[in-house]
Design a protein around this ligand. Sequence first.
Ligand code: GLU
Length: 316
Amino acid sequence: MRGRFAPTPSGRMHLGNVFAALIAWLSARAEGGSIVLRIEDLDPRAQHHGVADALMRDLEWLGLTWDGGPHWQSERAEIYQEAISRLDKAGLLYPCFCTRADLRAASAPHASDGALVYPGTCRGLSAEEVARRSAARPPSLRLRVPAEDDPAGTVEFRDLAYGPHREVLARDCGDFLVRRSDGVVAYQLAVVVDDALMGVTQVVRGHDLLPSCARQTYLARLLGWEPPEYGHVPLLVAPDGRRLAKRDRDLDIGALRERGVPAEKIIGSLACAVGLADPGCEARPDEFVGSFSWDKIGAHREDIVVDEVFLDRLVR
Ligand code: GLU
């Protein structure tokens, strides 16, 4: 059993990131499993010098230890390229020239989460057309998913907290990106390759990534790997329902540490939000290993509101 932390170093962790890391850590430790740390620094635009180091120091400070890594996605381009070549040789990829604006204009938003479903615009381009258009602008690469009525394109799995989940790829996302037009490998592909090659058997992360599981499961199987099991956790939201983000600086770990909030209070408040601790509890993560269960997370699936009461407890 191996879990992972997979932070993107675009800023200090916020409470939602810490919460997902805490549950990933508890879930692995409760089964005597290990944790691998992977820094998801794929996107050169999103990198901030020193952020990854601060991130690692924050995890250590919180008591969220890891056993393998850090692995850096920015150093793994050749490994991703190998997977892309395999998919390409199998005839599963095609170049796509659509811009963001094209996609917005032509794609139907998916009803449940508003994400765009790719309509297949570039699916049938001739070799001449591809050559002509490539001269003007480099294409991205998309993976062809099975037709809606082909059972091969239906992905089903059971999430540890959210239960059974089913997606029909053609209907719910359409052909999806494995490489962007700037040459950067797509998140979906990198995550699948990394989780498989790093021996990750359980993926725990925020609920916002639940819709990615079908694509990741499908890709893993295409590449000949057993997909990991998935456990998604509720998001932390502001009182107006807005999801906490890295731009909520006052709630990031850097700011909380500067205000003198002890790590034990942060961990205790987050554990309390899913019934693992009583209000006001201050503790290290290992104190919850014995009482952790996915049933408890499953019983607290609604978003966690970071309201005055929550903050008061934290900074008081
Ligand atoms: N790197 C992503 C993030 O920090 C998480 C990706 C994943 O868990 O699959 O939000």
